[in-house]
Design a binder for this molecule. Sequence first.
Ligand SMILES: O=P(O)(O)OC[C@H]1O[C@H](O)[C@H](O)[C@@H](O)[C@@H]1O
Length: 438
Amino acid sequence: MRDITLDYSNVLDFISQLEMARLEETVNLYHRMLHNGTGAGSDFLGWLDLPNSYDQEEFERVKAAAEDIRKKAGVFLVVGIGGSYLGARAAIEMLGHCFYNEVPGDKRRGPKIYFVGQNVSSLYINSLLEVIEGQDICVNVISKSGTTTEPALVFRILKEYMDNKYGRVEAGKRIYATTDKSKGALRLLSEQEGYETFVVPDNIGGRYSVLTSVGLLPMAVAGIDLNEVMRGAQVAAKDLGVSSLNDNMCYQYAALRNILYDKGKTIEVLVNYESSLFYLGEWFKQLFGESEGKDGKGIFPASLNFTTDLHSMGQYIQDGRRNLFETVINIESSHNDIVIKKIKGDMDGLNYLEGKTISFVNKKAMEGTIAAHVEGGVPNLIINVPDIAAYYFGYLVYFFEKACAMSGYLLGVNPFNQPGVEAYKKNMFKLLGKPKGE
Ligand SMILES: O=P(O)(O)OC[C@H]1O[C@H](O)[C@H](O)[C@@H](O)[C@@H]1O
């Protein structure tokens, strides 16, 4: 397998190699803290060795459950929010067909997959109930705490729907719960209702949980090869397990982010040139935003989809406030490429592209955009990913997880907690009239 690589040549006009070299010792220190479990948030380091220590029994049970779901459901509903759905959706959208749910059933070889519980919109929920009417359904409700408002509320509605549709016993065979191994509301309910359950490990936080059953069951239902995902993560854990800044590209990425941040580049824009990577951007935003946005500090993670968004945000990136840097995920290969043909009259003036491919145009658009944005004062990092494949998804997830941990330590925050998310909940519960003490 060709390797994922980091190209930071388009940053060197903005920083000096000395600034990187100066971080060598600090990176080494934080590497040891990560691997010795002596840094902030060390109760949540289960993701670090997960690729080599995951529960094999549960892994096989996930695959078996997925096969069972693929046989008996025309629709699979994933109920979760934040880290309890973003990783799964990122994988399915990146690795599945661009129009996954529209692929004819016999070709899709699995149920249509819908995500719900990531909002409290009655319009969204009613619209979903309309489109799944009359179809055979399985549900995976995912919540580490079991009490997150959005998925809990939506699961109330779906549980009643499933109980009415199938009766409580059969519904209990079609509902799968991924939650805490021993405590919480969802664990208790699952035991009462007889749901098959999967575990969110205590020492892995939601935004770091995509390679646990949280992400793996939905991925497997979508037909993604879990062995390949874990193999990519295992190779990443090995490649990125070295302490040296010079030899560890996820540490280089973390160091560069912090050097640029210190120079006033306080917004990172994750860019893709494949729309199937949209949700990878959404997952990335939670991972870095929730890990670093603390103590009045942190790079604001944004994501844009090129070349589409060049027609909406291109002006800002080229000429707006110079507090940005870009990280481009470049998928190096293309498949089933489309050759551009000459047309009579050349009305659109594009006959000069005759014989070239659509991917060639996409690549040249990327090269031209990078050159323009760097010229305009936007440092640019490129993560080259050889292909859209399960192996590379697993590798990329681990790359970002470990880079995020190092980056948070370099920033001087605990990358594994999220105290700030409680503020809105406190206000919301007060406004909802939640009884005190509950
Ligand atoms: O899995 P759950 O316990 O439902 O949590 C779902 C999400 O909500 C929380 O508020 C946190 O901000 C996220 O880190 C978490 O992924």
